[in-house]
Design a protein around this ligand. Sequence first.
Ligand code: PLP
Length: 397
Amino acid sequence: MRISRRIKAMAPSQTVAITDKAKKLRASGVDVVALSLGEPDFDTPQHIKDAAVAAIEAGCGHYTPNAGLPELRQAICDKLRRDNGLEYKPENVIVSSGAKQSLYNALQALLDPGDEVVIPAPYWVTYPELVKLSGGVPVEVLAEDDAGFKMTPQQLDAACTDKTAAVIINSPSNPTGAVYTADELTALGEVCLRRGLTVIADEIYEKIIYDEAHASVAALLPKLKPQVVTVNGISKAYAMTGWRLGYVAGHSDLIKAMSKLQGQITFHPAAVTQHATLAALNGPEDDVVAMREEFRARRDYVVGRLSAMPGFSCLMPGGAFYAFPRISGVFGRKTGAGRALDGSPAVCEAILDEAHVALVPGSAFGAPDYLRLSYAAARQRLETALDRIENWLATLS
Ligand code: PLP
């Protein structure tokens, strides 16, 4: 079959690939603990489900405006004012089928061939692929655990050339859970202002943050705000991954360009999802707080256990629901089954095959000395997984 060079050149999502392998193992009867996917294990809050059912009963199953229901775009503006100190009008907002599509549409609308986009590593696996699909060139800047996994303004400045168009800042971060402080974001924003860069601020983990208050870069530097593209969504905050809705707030010219693109491809996200999102954004946040507190307890448990494992070390993440331990201490060793551990893919493969725990190698995120463990799983499953990893480590020679 004929397949385009463009798609052949794309890297498939390693998180999805590992989760698929774990599912296959499970189907063959093996009890696998899958800690590889970035998905809250909670159910969508009841009042959101009720609003969706009511919308279906009221006959919502027709096309909506391309950029989203007017009342939803207004609710997003209200949310941005309330939570983020950002003033936007509905014409500055577009909803899409998941923040993944929001990011894709934004990059398609922003980039010309050869434009460079600075991506701090460890990064979410999808960013470089979306940049490449949009004709851009990803420029990775590695910030490791000794820097709290955060890019410095000096690193950003040094990575810029006359082709640099944009930078992606994801706080709290997938995969590290790192959270940039307001001061750190301001310092990065000043470099962007001086260099005329567009800032893509992916704030999808905003509600899962444990210590710092969340800061939005667009609110910190009013002069930079027209160049900031704020991306957010409902997947993580409200346990609504399957509903598929993300949104972008930014300059009205960009929103118009994104609307033009969206109008020719997916059109708006499902009408019922838009009604559910309205209930999520306008409703009580007790469930959001309860989920965050459960994630906090799991984080403390998981990081405590990982840090005590020989050959591993783990920073305490400030947000999201991932631990990102350094595992290079076991490189060069052999498993009980005789496998050589020559890098993070080999370590994750061995842990899956021999200990039956699915994890994602750091190499997928541009940081080969680490692995990612998602603690969005029941505590008892986390305990089982960590016991298994500990026992597996004891087999190494
Ligand atoms: N941004 C980050 C950093 C993510 O981790 C994810 C999902 O894993 C997304 C965006 C996309 O979320 P969705 O497309 O489910 O809204």
